[in-house]
Design a protein around this ligand. Structure first.
Ligand SMILES: *Cc1c(COP(=O)(O)O)cnc(C)c1O
Length: 378
């Protein structure tokens, strides 16, 4: 029996559609190729006839979609002879940067906010040997410092302002259209720095064989020619971005100075891809909306308990918002909807346990006690 070709990461798979030079040596951990899971129970619970999928990006090597961008950014940094990378991070970018730097034999400096970083993410950065610098300030403060640092120290920035990050992240859209053999009608994402919604729009445009008329800077590699476009499908989806209410600059129409939400990965008041994301949203006919922390945590529990899919709180914002817009008809019956689940639930065990501490009962270590506990609960 013939062997199937081994999957070795998204640069190997999409090399002809990515700005990677012929002699670049890809730094990969096998990122991408994540499952697109069709939800069976939640649409029934909602009483709505929609084809609802989640793209489970939590199954990337370090547990978030950041790996798609990081394989590109680190491959490029190494090729350019850089010895160190740096990022500001709410957690997942630092975990990913640390892992890919380790793989490449480079040093990683990560600036994290004081407090409000999920334990799993911090553990990853430390274990992968990053230099973790905690600053007395939030993500936006860290981002400002990192943007200046490139002029003062020989380090490559691997935040999503690095254009190679968005190029890597666009491949999620390629995978979705390949699997569905069409573009979804709606694509819903949580929005923090707004790089991912931008990257998805670039990817969907290219998969439809065209370029975005408005994102010509963001996909600057194409120089207006869009040499990465290859018409696989005819349509592009409507892009919908959801923010946490306490951290929702796209809803307020201006930057937010003191963002706050339980969804720490999107606790960002000054999105770096502000202009791009507005353009992607408008060009696709989409919209932004906000979800309360309660809605986000409820959607996280529903996904875990009703579908067996555990994502981190920020990720659940996409499903929380989509469920609301499906119920209220903004997303019409009969639609095909994809929600990105950006990160794995194990990243942030504290939030999960805080919410469900009373789900655990203590009983005697005896057969009778266990038997009656079972019979009571069946
Ligand atoms: C980074 C991140 C986001 C936000 O993505 P942006 O590109 O900054 O909008 C959302 N969820 C998780 C889990 C993340 O790590």
């Amino acid at each position: 029996m013939p062997f199937r070709t081994r999957y070795t990461g998204l640069i190997a798979k999409y090399r002809d559609r990515l700005p990677v030079s012929d002699d670049a040596r890809p730094i990969s951990l096998g990122e991408g190729n994540t499952p697109l899971i069709r939800l069976n129970n939640i649409p029934k619970d909602l009483g709505c006839d929609v084809d609802l999928y989640v793209k489970y990006e939590g199954l990337n090597p370090t547990g978030s979609f950041k790996d798609r961008g990081m394989t590109m950014a680190v491959t490029r940094a190494l090729e350019e002879g850089s010895q160190a990378i740096i990022c500001a991070s709410t957690g997942n970018t630092s975990a990913s940067a640390a892992a890919y730097a380790a793989r490449a034999g480079m040093k990683a400096f990560v600036l994290i906010p004081d407090g409000k970083i999920a334990m799993g993410k911090l553990a990853q950065a430390i274990m992968h040997g990053a230099e973790v610098l905690q600053i007395a300030g939030n993500f936006d403060a860290g981002m400002r410092i990192v943007k200046d640092m490139a002029d003062h120290a020989p380090v490559t920035i691997v935040n999503s302002i690095n254009p190679y990050r968005l190029q890597g992240q666009k491949t999620a859209a390629f995978e979705i259209v390949e699997e569905l053999e069409r573009a979804p009608d709606y694509h819903c994402l949580p929005v923090g720095n707004a790089g991912n919604i931008t990257a998805h729009w670039i990817g969907y445009c290219e998969a439809a064989g065209r370029r975005s008329d408005h994102l010509t800077d963001a996909c600057s590699f194409c120089h207006g020619q869009c040499r990465y476009a290859s018409a696989i499908v005819g349509d592009r989806p409507t892009m919908v971005g959801y923010q946490a209410s306490g951290s929702a600059p796209f809803l307020r129409g201006e930057m937010v100075e003191d963002p706050d939400t339980v969804a720490t990965a999107i606790r960002i008041g000054h999105p770096q891809s502000w202009d791009y994301a507005w353009k992607a949203s408008q060009e696709s006919g989409g919209w932004f909306d906000e979800c309360s922390d309660e809605e986000i945590l409820e959607a996280q529990r529903w996904l875990a308990a009703r579908e067996g899919v555990f994502c981190e709180p920020a990720s659940a914002a996409s499903v929380a918002g989509a469920m609301r817009d499906i119920r209220n008809g903004k997303i019409p019956e009969g639609s095909t909807v994809v929600c990105t689940l950006t990160g794995h639930g194990l990243k942030d065990p504290d939030i999960a346990i805080q919410q469900s501490a009373n789900a655990i009962s203590t009983i005697p270590a005896e057969l009778d006690a266990v038997r009656s506990a079972i019979l009571d609960r069946l």
